[in-house]
Design a protein around this ligand. Structure first.
Ligand SMILES: N[C@@H](CCC(=O)N[C@@H](CS)C(=O)NCC(=O)O)C(=O)O
Length: 205
């Protein structure tokens, strides 16, 4: 398998999960501006959507959309428990979180990255985001992870998107359970390794 990634983007979540699962894979760094891979390939030929993450399977198929990639990976090693079994009610709850993170958190943060969007418009998105943080805070004040059963692929995704707060000068002090979640997940060896590798621009550990 090949993970097409760009440092500090949403591809960090499948990167963490691949390391959690201890699966063999190759990393291919993508320059999101030039749309070239580190090997000089046109990334648009690999993923015409032009964004990371993309996962190329050994049969050549390319899978995109983070929430789907995460579940696909978790299902490769069900014993690791990173996703409840397909068909179970808990799996539906996991999908509910993944969709919430994709649309309400990741999707709402998107405009904050956009230099063409005026600050007063960004303030609307920030307010919306803070309402969503309150929902996350309620859950994480009760339990350590989004699913009661423990660390799952949804936590890898939440950790990934919440790291972007520092780009927007958002301090998590009003959401202490969320802040503790970030510390807790940040201590996982898989998370530390993924961040270290991405920041060093390495292609292999
Ligand atoms: N719907 C996609 C969105 C992926 C996405 O937003 N990727 C960003 C990085 S976090 C990206 O590569 N953007 C570059 C671009 O759109 O040109 C998913 O959920 O995986």
């Amino acid at each position: 398998m090949k993970l097409y990634y760009a440092p500090e983007t949403c591809s960090l979540a499948p990167h963490i999960v691949l390391l959690e699962l201890d699966l063999p894979f190759e990393r291919v760094r993508v320059d999101n501006r030039s749309k070239l891979t580190e090997h000089g390939e046109d990334f648009l030929h690999i993923n015409p959507k032009g964004y990371v993450a993309a996962l190329q399977l050994d049969n050549g198929e390319v899978l995109t959309e983070g929430a789907v990639i995460l579940q696909f990976l978790a299902d490769l090693k069900p014993t690791a428990g990173l996703a409840p079994a397909n068909g179970s009610w808990q799996r539906v709850r996991l999908q509910e979180w993944l969709n919430f993170l994709g649309s309400e958190i990741h999707g709402t943060m998107g405009p904050l990255f956009n230099a063409a969007i005026a600050e007063d418009v960004k303030a609307i998105f920030r307010a919306r985001l803070f309402q969503r943080f309150a929902l996350l805070e309620n859950t994480l004040a009760r339990q350590d992870h989004l699913l009661e059963s423990g660390f799952s692929v949804a936590d890898a995704y939440l950790f990934t998107v919440m790291r972007w707060n520092r780009f927007f000068a958002i301090d998590l002090a009003p959401w202490p359970a969320l802040a503790r979640f970030m510390e807790r997940v940040g201590e996982r060896p898989s998370v530390k390794a993924a961040l270290e590798i991405e920041s060093a621009g390495l292609t292999q550990p």
